[in-house]
Design a protein around this ligand. Structure first.
Ligand code: ADP
Ligand code: MG
Length: 314
């Protein structure tokens, strides 16, 4: 399956054999590759430095700088970084399943169990980023969530819920279990927009020593809540298969987001539990002070999957 012959060659990247293209962005191509020294498969983000201005170059270096500090099972690991005159090479842990986005498209939507399996892993990565590293990601979306596949247990296709899904109607009930959607471990990728909000060594807001203005402290809390909003958008999308906010016109879309105008659209949401809807609504809360924090998210009954009342031990 290795089609090294058709792959481009990059100066300074001789250690790796490029296997196939896995994705691309504005300034980059991402390849699956083999490290000829360790024989491991890796992902390499080849960034076209020559097309970038100094600001954009600085952002790539910041992305790498942030990734260097991170070590968590649900975050893509940085393996190596180098550059040639024209390119940056960011060598990353390979996530063989690719984007969560494609898996949503493939399955139409995820069962509540599979959605919980996925979103809990994303949340654990956010807990680590926010509380241990002082980093906000700021670009959480299904394209930046990658996964390790597990054997797909063909438990029949999702039950169709919308009028345009009737062609899939003969496939029957979706009987999911964890991993039934072919998804094992989830990893957050793409720290291109991420930001350090406090210094993890001194546990203080970045670049300040005790003279921090309240709006800066507040700012920090707000920037974490940006990831929580995005987490809500991802959870909504997993459960029903389409995003909470959408419009052809970018102006109308922006208005809808600003007002927090979304609905649990029937018939798609009819069979989704009230508990899941409750959690989504605490994330898609316009006021960032009222929006769930990561701790509140992880303590929610839908995440803990405890439908029964809990009794305080005495
Ligand atoms: P951009 O900033 O251009 O969005 P990303 O870091 O998000 O760059 O990478 C672009 C795409 O490349 C991802 O959406 C994904 O499809 C693929 N990709 C990136 N990193 C990996 C990886 N470690 N394993 C597998 N695919 C990856
Ligand atoms: Mg991306």
């Amino acid at each position: 399956r290795e089609r090294a012959g058709k792959m481009p060659r990059y100066p300074g990247l001789e250690r790796y054999i490029l296997i196939e293209k896995m994705g691309d962005g504005a300034f980059s191509n991402v390849y699956k590759a083999r490290d000829t020294t360790t024989h491991d498969e890796v992902a390499i983000k080849v960034v076209r430095k020559f097309e970038m201005n100094s600001n954009q170059r600085a952002n790539i270096l910041k992305e790498v700088q942030i990734m260097r500090q991170l070590d968590h099972p649900n975050i893509v690991k940085l393996i190596d970084f180098s550059e040639s005159r024209q390119y940056y090479y960011i060598v990353l842990e390979l996530c063989p399943g690719g984007e969560l986005f494609h898996q949503i498209v493939r399955l139409t939507y995820f069962s509540e169990d599979l959605s919980r399996h996925v979103i809990t892993q994303v949340a654990k990565a956010l807990l680590y980023l926010h509380e241990e590293c002082g980093v906000v990601h700021r670009d959480i979306k299904p394209e930046n969530l990658l996964f390790y596949p597990v054997p797909f247990i063909p438990s029949r296709n999702p039950k169709p819920r919308g009028p345009d899904e009737e062609d899939k109607a003969d496939e029957g009930e979706f009987v999911p279990g964890v991993g039934a959607g072919g998804i094992g471990q989830i990893k957050i990728a793409d720290f291109g927009l991420s930001k350090v909000i406090w210094d993890s060594q001194t546990m203080t807001p970045c670049g300040t020593v005790g003279y921090t203005a309240p709006e800066i402290v507040k700012d920090e809390r707000y920037s974490k809540s940006v990831d929580m909003w995005a987490l809500g958008c991802v959870l909504y999308t997993l459960l029903c298969g389409f995003p909470p906010f959408y419009d052809e016109s970018i102006q109308v879309l922006t208005e809808k987001v600003a007002r927090g105008q979304y609905t649990f659209l029937s018939p798609w949401w009819d069979d989704i539990s009230k508990s899941a809807q409750d959690l989504v609504s605490h994330l898609l809360t316009v006021n960032p002070e009222q929006r769930f924090t990561i701790e509140q998210f992880l303590a929610h009954p839908w995440i803990r999957n405890t439908q029964e009342p809990t009794y305080a031990a005495s």
